[in-house]
Design a protein around this ligand. Structure first.
Ligand code: FES
Ligand SMILES: [Fe+2]
Length: 428
């Protein structure tokens, strides 16, 4: 349970909010690189942390992320003409470069230097792996570029999507670190989804629906270990790393690809659920990629031309009561991502955490909230940079492993929790 002011602190990320300041310490995923596929392609509207922005790629391939609205009289530059190293407002022809600098005001004499005085807000936008990352914080505190493993492997080894989720970022992220729900909500999918089925670990998952959680601090956030019984008195551990502010990885299954999420606020009532699949040492197969494109695993089918899931709250997520009754899906909603999203959205845009009743399996969530609050206070009161900015903190992996009962996972899985190029993931 949280007090109202704690809930507000964690869920509000606009400019001039505490958590908003925290998010602005990090590089955050802003666009899939393919959204700006070529020089002078159409610009893309991007809303992040409650700011309305516009991303574009200029004649020389430079990326820009600038205020969406023209400094003249506020027209959306989404209508702009992307030409000759800048974006030109179609209303009266003012033109801006990728830094937001106004470079032309056709109605004013060039000698007046008027346009030099006009500059739109802008943020760095950089390609790393399949993602364009934005940094929205103070320029003098810009951290090194992110080093998450999914963004570092060769392109054939990674597949990434994003979808709009119609609830606050924290609600979505809390689902990502709550692996106790897997034995319930996703139980049908462990057996059938092509990106999950067949792993030995699935049997442990289904055989023990009362996991014991052990949560320990990591340099960048937490390791959230869920322990289930395996044979011969051993334990099956599923370990989720959480790197602040909102990166999570799901424990792998067999030789399937490894997957995870980034939860990025669009505004306080909506977030981007980024979903990636990668394999540290092999290419994804054509059938895996095909399944992901079809919305299997943690991916979804879309309303064509949008990032909104085809199953959404306006159509009750296409719930199938017969499938629910027959146990083909546990909740009646199809697909792991929408099973999660439907329930998380059902809590309302920002759930009232003063009313919840937490239990032992919520320990990961409790510790993550405390760590976020602690880091936010240290940042605001003492200027201490939060965990997860250092690229070393980002080189983590999720782990699925069977260990003897007397070996703490922090020891037994110590090496497996580190992302090491060329080394196979620890997966059962
Ligand atoms: S509103 Fe953009 S040039 Fe006038
Ligand atoms: Fe889930």
């Amino acid at each position: 349970m949280l007090r109202k002011e704690q809930n507000d602190l964690l869920t509000q990320t606009g400019p001039d909010t505490t958590m908003g300041r925290m998010f602005r310490c990090y590089w955050i995923p802003a666009l899939i690189a393919d959204e700006l596929p070529e020089d002078e392609c159409p610009p893309v509207r991007v809303k992040l942390l409650s700011e309305r922005l516009l991303a574009f790629r200029d004649t020389q391939g430079r990326y820009g992320l600038i205020d969406e609205f023209c400094a003249h009289r506020g027209v959306s530059l989404w209508f702009g003409r992307n030409e000759e190293n800048g974006l030109r407002c179609p209303y009266h022809g003012w033109k801006y470069d990728v830094t937001g600098q106004c470079v032309e005001v056709p109605s004013e004499p060039v000698e007046s230097g008027f346009c030099k005085k006009i500059k739109l807000k802008s943020y760095p936008l950089v390609k790393r792996g399949p993602v364009l990352w934005a940094y929205m914080g103070p320029p003098d505190q810009q951290p090194p570029l992110p080093e998450y493993e999914f963004a570092s492997v060769p392109p054939e080894q990674c597949f990434i999507t994003k979808r709009v989720q119609e609830c606050n970022w924290l609600q979505a992220m809390e689902g990502g670190i709550d692996s106790s729900h897997v034995s319930w909500l996703h139980r049908g999918d462990l057996a059938h989804d092509p990106l999950f089925k067949g792993a030995k670990g699935n049997q442990y998952n289904l055989g023990d629906s009362r996991p014991v959680f052990e949560v320990v601090e990591s340099p960048g956030g937490l390791y959230i270990g869920a322990r289930r019984n395996a044979e011969n008195g051993q334990y099956y551990w599923r370990i989720t790393p959480w790197v602040m502010p909102s990166f999570t990885m799901i424990a792998p299954r067999g030789n399937h690809s490894v997957h995870g999420h980034f939860w990025i606020p669009i505004d306080d009532d909506n977030c981007w659920a980024w979903s990636f699949d990668y394999h540290p040492i092999r290419q994804l197969t054509a059938s895996e990629v095909q399944a992901m494109r079809e919305g299997k695993g943690i991916h979804v089918k879309y309303v064509p031309g949008t990032f909104r899931p085809l199953a959404n709250k306006d159509n009750d997520y296409l719930i199938d009561r017969a499938a629910q009754k027959a146990g083909r899906t546990y909740s009646g909603v199809d697909g792991i991502a929408m099973q999660d999203a439907s329930l998380q959205e059902s809590m309302g845009p920002v759930v009232d955490r003063t009313k919840e009743n937490l239990v032992n399996t919520d320990n990961g969530i409790i510790m993550a909230r405390h760590r976020l609050i602690r880091a936010a206070k240290a940042l605001m009161e003492k200027g201490v940079m939060p965990p997860g900015i250092d690229p070393e903190h980002q080189k983590v992996r999720s782990v699925a492993i069977v260990l003897p009962a007397d070996v703490p996972y922090k020891e037994g899985a110590k090496e497996a929790l580190k992302a090491k190029p060329g080394v196979a993931p620890a997966s059962v």
